[in-house]
Write a protein of this length. Structure first.
Lengths: 346, 395
C-alpha cells in the first residue's frame, strides 16, 4: 500500500463579497497517495482551482472563510500558520499554474528563479543551487539547459516556460505536485510531451499529483482516480474506469456525452448540457445540478449526500438521489459517440 | 441579400442526412471541387517585416506567416484550418477577410479579385464576409450595450434606427439569447453567451461567409457543444459558408467538409474531413492526431502513438525544403533538399510529403501534382517520378 500523502476532509472555502457569501468549495473530501494521479474535473466556477489553491494557502485573505481540514503527511494545511506554510510550500507541496508567463518573474533569469526557491528552503551555495537548477531543467527536457538557465522567461516558448515551471516545482522534490490546467494553453503536440513528463514523475513513485483540468481526454490519459466537481461540490468520485465506464451522476453523463471525439464519425448534433453553471452566491436549493438535470424529481430540492452506491466499490461515490437501478436505466452516456457503449447499458 | 435568396440547402431530413440506429449521424454531402467557389486563394503570401534600428527602422527579416497557400471554398461548405500556434492559421483567416493585405498572390471572392482593394472598395465585400473572434471578452467593447454592438454594422451600412433595433432583437433571439437583454453590457453575460453576441454581430449583415477564428477554444466543454450546434443550425438556415480555424482537431472534424493542416505557413495536407482522421497522409497530421488524448481510458492505453518531439522552428528562418523535416521521424535526404509539392491522391486528398503514410503503393503511383502546390515546390512526386511541366493545369 502506497503512502498516504494528503487527506482532505470536508473542505469548505467561501468568500465574502459585495454580492454576498460565495461558497466556492462546499464539502470536498479526497485522498492522495504517493505515485498516484488524481484528476479534478469541472467547468469554470466549479471550485476545482479554488480547492487546490487553498491547499497551497493561496486563497487566504480578509474575506475568505475556511472549514474542514487538509492534512499533508499529518500536518493540517488549513490551520497552519503563515510561517509554517512558507516552509511547507515549495518543499512538500508545489504547484504548476495554467499560465506560465504570469507565474514567472519577467525580470529575473529562469535559472535564478529556481535557485531562489532552492535557497529559500535549503542552506546551500548559489553555485550548487544553480547546478541543481540546470540539472532539473535538463530533466524536464529543456535543451541546452546550462545556456537556457541564463535566459529570461520571454525568451522561452510557451511549452518551454511550462517545462521551466515544472523544473521549479520539482526543485525540492515535493511529495505533492498540484498541476492546475498545466497544458490548457499549449498545443497538442507540446501537451503530449508535458503529460509524459508528469506521468513519469508519478510513475517513478516520487510524488503524488493532483491534476486539475476540464479536458476529459487528458484525464483519460493521465489519471488514476477522478473527482468530478460541479457548483463547488464533488458530484462524483471514483477510479478512472469507474467514472468513464460506470458513471453515476447525470452531470458526469452530460460531461462524457458532450465530448467531441476525433476518432469517431461525428453525430449530427453534439449532445450538450442545456443551461448554465449555477451562481455560487445564490445557488439552487438542494442539488446544484437540478436546474439543468433532465432527471429531476421531488427528492432533488434536498442536498444529496456523497455516498457509495455501487456494490463492491466503496470508493466510488456520487451525489445524486436516483437509485442505482434508475440510473442504469436512464443513463445514455455518449452512446451516440460510442463511448463506453458496451458497459453502459448494465 | 436575404436568407431566402440563399441557394437551396439540403433538408436535414432528406437523403443527405441519414438517421441510423446509433442516433442521428451527420452525413455531409460529398465534398466536391465542382461547386461554385465562393472564395479562393492562390499562392497567397503574407510576410510580416521584422524591424530593428534606433532612429531609422530597417527591415532586417520577415516572418513567413503565410507562405504560398492556395485554397478554395465552395458555397455552403466549411473548411477547417488546423495547426499549432504560430503556423499562420489566424493570419490566413485575417487575410481572407482582408483585415490584412496579402504580400503576394491573389484572393478572389465570387470571381472578383479582392487582393489589393482599398477600404472603400471593400465596403460591399464587408457585408458578405464576417469574422468571429476567439476571445469573446476582448472582442466586444465593454462600454457598449449589446444592442449597439450588434446594431452598429447595420447602422454603418445605412439601415434606419428603428429597423436596425428590430433586426437586433431578431438576431439575438436567433442565436439563443433573450431579446430583452439588448440593453445589457457584455460583462453581464457568460463566456458562451458572449460568443453568441459575437456570432449575432457577424450575422447582422447577412453574410455569405463567416470566418471563425477559434470560436470555441475559450469555452467550457458543455458550452462548446452548444455553440457548435448553433453554428450548425445557422449554416443550414442561412446557407452560410465557414472557414473554421482551430487547434482542436476533434471540434474541426465535427464542423468541416474539408480540413487543411498548416505547418509553418504552408498547407501540408488538405483532405475531405472524414478521410483525414482515418487516413492521414502527412506525418505531421499523424503526429497531431496522435497527440490528442482519446477520452476513453481503455482505448487510450491501447493506442500506439507517433510522438513528435521538439517545437515548431522559427518562422523567420524556416527550414529549407520540407519544413517539417527537423521534427519528422520519416525524414530522409530528399526531404532536406527538395520541397515536396502537394501530391493529389484519390478523392481530392492532397498532401505535401515525400514519404506519405496510410496510402497503398498503387495510390502513390497514381498521385499527381496538385495545382495547389506552392510555386517554390519541386516537381518530384512521392512515387519517385518528376511531374511533367504543366500537367496540373486542368485541376
Amino acid at each position: 500500500m502506497a503512502e498516504r500523502l494528503l487527506e482532505v476532509e470536508s473542505l469548505q472555502v467561501s468568500f465574502a463579497t459585495e454580492d454576498g457569501l460565495v461558497r466556492a468549495v462546499d464539502d470536498v473530501s479526497f485522498t492522495l497517495d504517493r505515485g498516484e494521479v488524481v484528476a479534478i474535473v469541472g467547468e469554470s466556477g466549479s471550485g476545482k482551482s479554488v480547492s487546490v489553491m487553498t491547499l497551497m494557502g493561496l486563497t487566504r485573505g480578509n474575506n475568505s472563510r475556511f472549514g474542514g481540514s487538509a492534512r499533508l503527511l499529518g500536518k493540517d494545511l488549513i490551520s497552519a500558520s503563515e510561517h509554517d506554510l512558507e516552509r511547507i510550500r515549495g518543499k512538500e507541496i508545489a504547484m504548476i499554474f495554467q499560465d506560465p508567463i504570469s507565474s514567472l518573474s519577467p525580470v529575473h533569469r529562469i535559472g535564478d528563479q529556481i535557485v531562489e526557491q532552492i535557497r529559500a528552503h535549503e542552506d546551500i551555495s548559489k553555485a550548487a543551487a544553480f547546478d541543481r537548477a540546470v540539472e532539473l531543467m535538463e530533466r524536464v527536457g529543456i535543451p541546452r539547459a546550462a545556456d537556457r538557465a541564463r535566459a529570461y522567461p520571454h525568451e522561452f516558448s510557451g511549452g518551454m516556460r511550462q517545462r521551466a515551471m515544472i523544473a521549479m516545482a520539482l526543485s525540492l522534490s515535493p511529495s505533492v505536485l498540484i498541476a492546475d490546467e498545466p497544458t490548457t494553453a499549449l498545443d497538442v503536440t507540446i501537451q503530449a510531451q508535458i503529460l509524459e513528463e508528469i506521468k513519469q514523475l508519478s510513475g517513478s513513485g516520487e510524488s503524488g499529483v493532483i491534476f486539475v483540468t476540464h479536458d476529459l481526454g487528458v484525464v483519460a490519459d493521465i489519471a488514476d482516480r477522478v473527482i468530478v466537481m460541479y457548483g463547488g461540490r464533488v458530484v462524483e468520485q471514483g477510479t478512472l474506469d469507474e467514472i468513464f465506464y460506470d458513471p453515476q451522476h447525470p452531470y458526469t453523463w452530460g460531461l462524457l456525452g458532450s465530448i467531441t471525439r476525433m476518432d469517431r464519425e461525428p453525430p449530427r448534433r453534439l449532445p450538450s448540457i442545456p443551461g448554465l453553471p449555477p451562481s455560487l452566491v445564490n445557488p439552487p436549493e438542494g442539488c446544484h445540478f437540478r436546474p439543468r438535470c433532465p432527471h429531476e424529481f421531488e427528492q432533488c430540492p434536498k442536498v444529496p449526500g456523497l455516498e457509495a452506491r455501487v456494490d463492491g466499490s466503496p470508493e466510488h461515490k456520487d451525489r445524486c438521489w436516483l437509485s442505482l437501478e434508475e440510473k442504469r436505466k436512464r443513463r445514455v452516456v455518449g452512446d451516440q459517440i460510442g463511448l463506453a457503449r458496451e458497459t453502459v447499458i448494465g | 441579400m436575404s436568407p431566402e435568396d440563399a441557394p437551396a440547402q439540403p433538408d436535414p431530413t432528406d437523403a443527405g442526412h441519414a438517421r441510423t440506429d446509433a442516433g442521428e449521424v451527420r452525413v455531409r454531402p460529398e465534398p466536391s471541387a465542382n461547386g461554385k467557389p465562393l472564395i479562393s486563394a492562390e499562392h497567397l503570401k503574407l510576410y510580416f517585416p521584422v524591424k530593428s534600428g534606433v532612429l531609422i527602422d530597417r527591415t532586417i527579416a520577415h516572418v513567413h506567416a503565410v507562405d504560398d497557400v492556395s485554397l478554395e471554398l465552395t458555397e455552403g461548405q466549411t473548411i477547417g484550418v488546423v495547426g499549432e500556434s504560430g503556423c499562420g492559421k489566424s493570419t490566413l483567416a485575417r487575410c481572407m477577410v482582408r483585415l490584412l493585405e496579402p504580400t503576394e498572390g491573389s484572393l478572389r471572392f465570387r470571381d472578383r479579385d479582392i487582393t489589393h482593394l482599398g477600404r472603400r472598395q471593400l465596403s460591399s465585400f464587408r457585408t458578405e464576409v464576417q469574422l468571429v473572434f476567439q476571445d469573446p471578452v476582448s472582442s466586444l467593447n465593454p462600454r457598449k450595450r449589446v444592442g449597439q454592438i450588434v446594431g452598429t454594422p447595420l447602422r454603418l451600412h445605412g439601415m434606419a434606427r428603428d429597423k436596425a433595433q428590430a433586426r437586433v432583437r431578431d438576431l439575438l433571439a436567433r442565436v439563443g439569447l433573450n431579446p430583452e437583454h439588448v440593453n445589457r453590457f457584455p460583462h453581464e453575460f457568460s463566456g458562451g453567451q458572449r460568443q453568441r453576441i459575437g456570432i449575432a454581430r457577424a450575422l447582422a449583415l447577412d453574410p455569405r461567409l463567416i470566418v471563425l477564428d477559434e470560436p470555441v477554444s475559450a469555452l467550457d466543454v458543455s458550452i462548446q457543444a452548444q455553440v457548435i450546434n448553433l453554428l450548425d443550425d445557422l449554416q443550414d438556415d442561412f446557407g452560410l459558408s465557414y472557414v473554421f480555424i482551430a487547434h482542436d482537431l476533434s471540434v474541426v472534424r465535427h464542423v468541416s467538409d474539408w480540413i487543411a493542416v498548416m505547418y509553418l505557413g504552408k498547407i501540408v495536407e488538405l483532405s475531405p474531413a472524414r478521410e483525414l482522421y482515418d487516413k492521414p497522409i502527412h506525418p505531421y497530421t499523424e503526429a497531431l492526431l496522435g497527440a490528442i488524448p482519446i477520452p476513453d481510458p481503455k482505448e487510450n492505453r491501447a493506442r500506439d502513438r507517433l510522438v513528435v518531439g521538439g517545437e515548431p522552428p522559427n518562422p523567420i528562418n524556416p527550414p529549407q525544403a520540407c519544413r517539417f523535416h527537423t521534427r519528422c521521424p520519416r525524414a530522409t535526404d530528399v526531404c532536406r533538399t527538395v520541397e515536396p509539392p502537394l501530391a493529389e491522391y484519390a478523392g481530392g486528398h492532397v498532401a505535401a510529403c515525400h514519404h506519405p503514410m496510410s496510402v497503398s503503393e498503387d495510390e502513390v503511383k497514381r498521385a499527381t501534382r496538385s495545382s495547389l502546390s506552392p510555386l517554390s515546390a519541386g516537381r518530384l512526386l512521392p512515387n519517385g517520378q518528376e511531374a511533367p511541366e504543366g500537367s496540373e493545369a486542368a485541376a
